[in-house]
Design a protein around this ligand. Structure first.
Ligand SMILES: [Zn+2]
Length: 333
């Protein structure tokens, strides 16, 4: 990821205002763009932006730095990088590539902005398992899934769950495992708040019977966004249902769930493709969508299979759906 993007996502706007020693008035921060006597700047911390209610100036961490320090864009970027210890990411790994090509609507900005690094440790697995075992699916999520056509058995086998009171649950987790362990497990954001919220339907990823990764599906406000553990290596979602002879590899949860609802075995590789190797003796169908993103996904998976000498077929939607349109309709449900 480029330096500018990293700064935008990772450096909190509030920390920049503090670093620049911008004083706070009764209503907000004093605006350096006009003669401000009251403090007219409000911060939008979720977006890392600021705006002045009087002179209507609007900007981000870099803009305010340029103004206060009287420097140009590049100097401001370098200043912030140095002050907040941000370094440019030189590697353009498959994961970066994959993330930057994904449909932004389907992922939270946290996926783009935060590091995804680190393997799942034994401790992480222990914590994730504890979460899955000590929570249960809320009525709202249950109803939501039923409306989407998920059978009860499928919901059970996927071990989907919810955290009804995240702020209390995270305290329980902190007591039991310690804040460092939770942080290492990718469960806390940069403000050390729980990454999963009340609206998140929790989707556990299993590997050899152990929970190795968690994703959240935010169903509030019709957004349907996915929240991932932010600094863990992204894993492959393999549903805990009986493995069949045919395996359908899909590019996102929606596609995967559409296949699952039809009773077909489907997996989604997020980032690391290695766990696909376990299906090498199965009949594999690579089912990325027909649009450009889907085609990019297919190319990536096919390349991986070719390198590992695995046989596959592209497509195969028609095995489970009448045609591609039927698949799309099912996927959107
Ligand atoms: Zn102003």
């Amino acid at each position: 990821m480029k330096l500018v993007e990293k700064i935008k996502y990772q450096v909190p706007i509030k920390a920049v205002f503090e670093k620049l020693e911008i004083k706070e008035g009764a209503l907000g921060y004093f605006c350096p763009y006009h003669d401000d006597k009251t403090g007219s700047i409000m911060l939008k911390e979720t977006e890392n932006t600021f705006s002045c209610s009087v002179c209507k100036v609007y900007g981000d961490q870099i803009e305010i730095t340029k103004k206060v320090k009287g420097i140009e864009f590049e100097e401001a970027v370098n200043f912030l990088a140095k002050e907040f210890g941000i370094e440019e990411d030189k590697s353009e790994g498959i994961l970066d590539d994959w993330l930057s090509n994904r449909d932004k609507k389907e992922t939270l900005e946290s996926v783009f902005g935060k590091e995804t690094e680190g393997k799942t440790s034994e401790k992480d697995t222990e914590i994730y398992s504890y979460i899955v075992e000590n929570t249960s699916l809320s009525f709202i999520h249950q109803t939501f899934l039923e409306k989407k056509g998920f059978e009860e058995d499928l919901i059970k086998s996927l071990k989907l769950t919810s955290i009804e009171k995240p702020h209390l649950f995270v305290e329980e987790l902190k007591d039991k495992f310690g804040i460092e362990a939770l942080d290492n497990a990718g469960l806390l954001n940069r403000k050390r708040e729980f990454v999963f919220q009340k609206n998140n339907l929790i989707i556990p990823f299993f590997e050899d019977g152990k929970v190795v990764f968690l994703a959240g599906w935010d169903i509030s406000g019709g957004k349907y966004e996915f929240v991932f553990l932010h600094h863990k290596e992204m894993q492959t979602f393999i549903p805990q249902i009986e493995l069949k002879e045919e395996v359908y590899i899909t590019g996102d949860f929606r596609g995967c769930f559409a296949f699952l609802k039809k009773g077909c075995f489907s997996v989604v590789p997020f980032g690391n493709l290695n766990s696909l190797l376990k299906f090498k003796d199965k009949k594999i169908f690579v089912c990325g969508d027909k649009d450009e993103k889907g085609q990019q996904f297919n190319r990536k998976v096919i390349k991986f299979f070719a390198e590992n000498g695995i046989t596959y077929t592209i497509g195969g939607f028609e095995n489970c759906f009448i045609d591609y349109l039927d698949y799309l309709t099912f996927k959107r449900k």
